[in-house]
Design a protein around this ligand. Sequence first.
Ligand code: ATR
Length: 269
Amino acid sequence: MKLGVIGYPIKHSKSPIIHQYWMDSYDIQGTYNLIEIKPENFKEEINSLIHNGFDGFNVTVPYKEKIMLYCDDIDDTAKKIGAVNTVIIKNKKLIGMNTDAFGFIENIKSDSKFNFKQKKCLVIGAGGASKAVIYGLIESGVSKILLANRTKEKAENIKNIFGNKIEVINFNEIENYLSSVDLLVNTTLLGMTGQNNLNLSLKNLNKKALVADIVYNPLMTDLLKEAEMQGVEIVTGIGMLLHQARPAFQAWIGIMPDLDKTLQNKVLS
Ligand code: ATR
């Protein structure tokens, strides 16, 4: 198996740790490489992966949208999200898929007792990650998604894609809605090491709500710490990263891998 992850920059990607761990665990011969591609070389580098016998690759920032132009086929989930994070190469053809929504939903399912059906959610952020989260929430049966983003127009664009379950709210009014939501999710990079914090007071938050962050560096973001102080249930972001890798591994190798603490600790260290 010849696999890898493309991006620019790429050196911080944790994907090699995850996929190499599973290849070793399941006794699969293969390599999973970091593949840095400069934007000006994109087309040539993708062609060279095909001609060098790669079986597939993951796609990260900033290429999740660009790679779609080079795919021969794209699954419905990736089309709706508007981004591909996993590519299978078969007979020199590229097949694009998106496993981020699966990763987000599976993480919540495995780390909490949250039941998505008919729930009201508040999603912060309207970038690529937000679309995967929203796709996953709608597929899982939530009834309503309040969507807040600094740049309101991007939230309106997401509403145009996903429809009337979405209600766009003002970024500076999030706190006014917290008493009525069942799930609060941060999909922005706020709270990540080196970035600003979200600076959200959760004192109005519904005490039965679940708070999830997709940031995993640090694992306990300020948002999650504040949620814990309010006594509400939390789900950290590391599981989304681990779970999104599972269907990719399955697509390439035919085995749906299990998660374990050893892998989680390797990725976090
Ligand atoms: P990703 O693909 O990881 O979602 P992205 O598409 O660049 O990354 O989206 C980043 C998200 O973080 C956006 O919702 C962005 O808000 P804008 O659309 O207004 O840019 C949000 N974000 C980044 N920095 C922010 C900040 N300082 N304050 C508020 N939101 C911020």
